[in-house]
Design a protein around this ligand. Structure first.
Ligand SMILES: Nc1ncnc2c1ncn2[C@@H]1O[C@H](COP(=O)(O)OP(=O)(O)OP(=O)(O)O)[C@@H](O)[C@H]1O
Ligand SMILES: [Mg+2]
Length: 326
């Protein structure tokens, strides 16, 4: 089966008011087939949310594409206006569940009106009315066993965080997008609410409302249960990319190993394991980094690691950005 989503050497930067470039994403490549779930993990500030905007072709200053391409069904998303992306790509081809969206719902509108605004805006050409969009919404919320009438007629503040997040997910998948990009959909939720939200995402997949997804999180162990493939990001780069099994149980890049070590794993037999902090901090993305970006913190760094930037190579059947990994 051919890829429905292709990302080729994508690099992105922010331009500060003083003209300084912040290289938030560097040389990211991957492709996805229909039905695939890709997990992307990495610590805070590594460029995950920036990448999400790039993957949507959504460039709002100060974010700019540096180079590379993103294609949906072979169609490039680069060099398009945010208006064009919003009306022709978002919601129908690729839908985004932005980070913190459940906290960003317009507090002055009821959930049903927030949803109708989104739908009507996206379906200008299709001519869907507000009434029709309410009906669609009711049908969808019922399907997920939500307390539909109460939720739709509430203001966001009247709902729990879980209800707000489920509403956001319901609204952004209403038009059965080909694929969904969810940016940390469960962070900032308590554990039991996280489970409800994950269950909703699985229900959506099971009911074929969408079938392809990028799931972003900083909780790597969660991805083992969710993802087919996983990309690990560090300081704007993918440092390792392979199957969930490879990444979680047999990581090869020193950063992936450190990240796994830093996570409290709920795997049987590993409950006793204490998380090990990764010493130091990622490098500033405002400078051009000539050597390996992880070298400063890498327990197995060699003297020349700080001198040469690292290219992706195949190690044990997956992509690793480290010439010494084996
Ligand atoms: N508007 C902006 N202008 C300049 N730099 C920015 C801007 N937004 C983000 N950055 C920088 O880009 C880098 C990547 O940020 P990004 O928000 O993509 O990280 P993240 O991996 O999503 O983090 P988190 O896990 O905390 O959500 C960071 O160094 C951040 O400071
Ligand atoms: Mg983020």
């Amino acid at each position: 089966m051919s890829a429905i989503f292709e990302v080729e050497n994508l690099s992105l930067h922010y331009l500060s008011r003083w003209g300084q470039k912040i290289h938030a994403v560097t040389d990211v490549s991957f492709s996805m087939k229909k039905g695939e779930i890709l997990g992307i993990a990495g610590e805070s500030g590594c460029g995950k949310s920036t990448l999400v905007n790039g993957l949507m072709g959504l460039f709002i200053p100060p974010l700019y594409p540096t180079s590379g391409d993103v294609r949906v069904n072979g169609e490039s998303l680069m060099n398009r206006t945010p208006q064009d992306i919003r009306s022709n790509i978002l919601s129908r081809k690729v839908s985004m569940i932005p980070q913190g969206a459940f906290n960003a719902l317009n507090p002055t509108r009821k959930v049903k009106d927030i949803a109708a605004d989104v739908i009507v805006a996206h379906l200008q050409k299709g001519g869907v009315t507000r009434k029709e969009s309410y009906d669609l919404l009711r049908e969808r919320f019922d399907l997920f066993g939500m307390d539909t009438e109460r939720i739709l007629n509430s203001f966001p503040i009247q709902l729990t965080a879980g209800e707000r997040q489920r509403s956001v997910i319901g609204i952004s998948t209403l038009l059965n997008p080909q694929m969904v990009i969810a940016d940390e959909p469960t962070s900032a939720l308590d554990v039991s609410t996280q489970k409800v939200v994950i269950k909703m995402i699985f229900d959506l997949l099971e009911k074929n409302i969408f079938s392809t997804m990028i799931f972003i999180t900083h909780e790597l162990p969660l991805l083992r249960h969710v993802a087919d493939n996983i990309g690990i990001m560090y300081a704007g780069e993918f440092v390792e990319y392979g199957t969930a099994e490879q990444i979680v149980f047999d990581p090869r890049h020193p950063y992936t190993k450190a990240l796994m070590g830093a996570m409290l794993s709920a795997e049987p037999g590993q409950r006793e394991k204490k998380p090990v902090a990764i010493e130091g901090a990622p490098p500033s993305l405002a400078k051009i980094i000539s050597g390996c970006r992880f070298a400063e913190r890498c327990p197995s760094a060699r003297p020349d690691c700080k001198l040469r930037s690292q290219a992706i190579r195949m190690v044990a059947g997956r992509q690793v950005r480290c010439e010494y990994a084996d």
